[in-house]
Design a protein around this ligand. Structure first.
Ligand code: AMP
Length: 415
């Protein structure tokens, strides 16, 4: 059996891992730590929640601390994250894992004043965790020197591209030294990521812990059919009925998130919203209140969904079905983390059925339907559900014959 000791990590790191209560490495750690320790480039396919942060931070810290740079502290490792939340969480993880090592780090992201970030950089840091915009901004102003960077980690690369950071990444690769160890992690491996990886990874070791776009097995998924105006009532009802201790609710829009929070608060359910219109401090405050158990519901948009690392999320609600099927996988990955169980409930209205079916095609499974709930009485659905069930049966028959199910054709026929 692979243990943290057998991987050859140094004693201060083993002590920190023990203090975190980690008994055994997660699969991505068991596969990914050794090649990083050997100095190899790594292309990792792993979702958030699989323990991938430690998979790159622990061996990176090991290598950095074996070769200390004294008091000068040039930036020796750069970790790039698509969102502020993920950057903050990588920073927090670093602090915990490096607590017995003499390594310094700082986290920089936009949306807040740059003063304190600049003074942290001036003091000198070994490891810089950053989002692309602020990094390039401070680099342009001359506050960041990357010439001595030995490690470059690109985290959540697929989300990075979704968010349009490809040009920033290319600009950054030009200012980073050619000779360095590169690690790229992504929840999915579409062609665009493989292409990007080929531009800067040298003979990477590929590690993958879950098949592309598979949903975390520990998560119990459900879908409930409900008209849009009734969704908030259904949500409040379930939160009361199931006494959900910690839930994240995903809405498509920022205003939608605010409206859900207002409704829940009227019903005495303590909730807060995190989305792009909230200041970085407001977002972090909401996250901290949630972590401390002061609020039980966090209502978020997709931008905020990545990188929310809270170990005890019991329920994820897809208040709106996402247009992008991949987002569903990322959203529900907020629960069932590191082997814990979790529940993901999706609310689907009449217009969202096509998106729901696209998700089912992507995850290659049928999401169990719950028809017994107070707001299910919505006649237009009955026909749709019957069509869907018939369609799935037909598709299953076809796929048993070795043919791929063709949901799209079925949908057109049913219009
Ligand atoms: P990540 O995928 O890096 O966001 O990690 C997800 C969660 O798993 C975090 O809350 C970590 O604290 C936790 N975790 C990471 N590695 C382990 C491990 N070996 N054993 C138990 N929990 C872990």
């Amino acid at each position: 059996m692979i243990t943290f000791e057998s991987l050859g990590l140094s004693e201060p790191i083993l002590r920190a891992v023990k203090a975190e209560g980690y008994d055994t490495p997660t699969p991505i750690q068991a596969k990914g730590i050794a090649p990083v320790l050997e100095g190899k480039d790594v292309l990792g396919c792993a979702q958030t929640g699989t323990g991938k942060t430690a998979a790159f931070l622990l061996p990176m810290m090991h290598r950095l601390s074996k070769n200390p740079q004294g008091r000068r502290r040039p930036i020796r490792a750069l970790v790039l994250s698509p969102t502020r939340e993920l950057a903050a969480q990588i920073g927090e993880s670093f602090e915990r894992y490096a607590k017995f090592l003499p390594l310094q780090h700082t986290v920089i992201y936009g949306g807040v004043k740059q003063g304190s970030q600049v003074s942290a950089l001036r003091k000198g840091v070994d490891v810089l965790v950053a989002t692309p915009g602020r990094l390039l901004d401070l680099h342009g102003q001359g506050f960041i020197a990357l010439e001595q960077c030995e490690f470059f980690v690109l985290d959540e690369a697929d989300r990075m591209l979704d968010m349009g950071f490809i040009h920033d990444i290319r600009r950054l690769l030009k200012v980073l030294p050619k000779q360095k160890q590169n690690l790229l992690f992504s929840a999915t491996m579409p062609k665009s990521i493989v292409q990007l990886a080929s531009t800067f990874l040298h003979q990477p070791i590929e590690v993958s812990v879950s098949p592309q776009s598979s949903t975390v097995e520990a998560i119990e998924q459900q879908v409930m059919y409900v008209a849009q105006p009734d969704k908030k009532k259904l949500l409040a009802h379930i939160l009361y009925e199931l006494k959900c201790p910690t839930s994240i609710v995903f809405t498509r829009t920022k205003h939608g998130a605010n409206r859900v929070v207002q409704y829940l608060e009227k019903g005495d359910i303590r909730a807060a919203a995190i989305h792009g219109n909230k200041s970085q401090n407001a977002r972090l405050r909401a996250l901290n209140q949630f972590k401390a158990g002061k609020i039980s519901v966090l209502v978020a948009t997709d931008i905020a969904s990545r990188g929310i690392d809270i170990e005890t999320v019991s329920h994820v609600f897809n208040f709106d079905i996402p247009h992008e099927s991949e987002s569903y996988v990322h959203r529900i990955g907020r629960t069932g983390r590191a082997g814990a169980s979790g529940k993901a409930i999706a609310f689907c209205n009449e217009e969202e059925t096509a998106d729901l079916w696209a998700i089912e095609r992507l995850i290659k499974q049928e999401i169990p339907q719950v028809l017994e709930h107070p707001w299910h009485h919505y006649p237009a659905f009955e026909k749709m559900i019957i069509c869907r069930n018939e369609g799935i049966k037909k598709a299953q028959k076809k796929s048993q014959k070795g043919k791929k199910p063709n949901y799209r054709r079925r949908r057109r026929r049913n219009r």
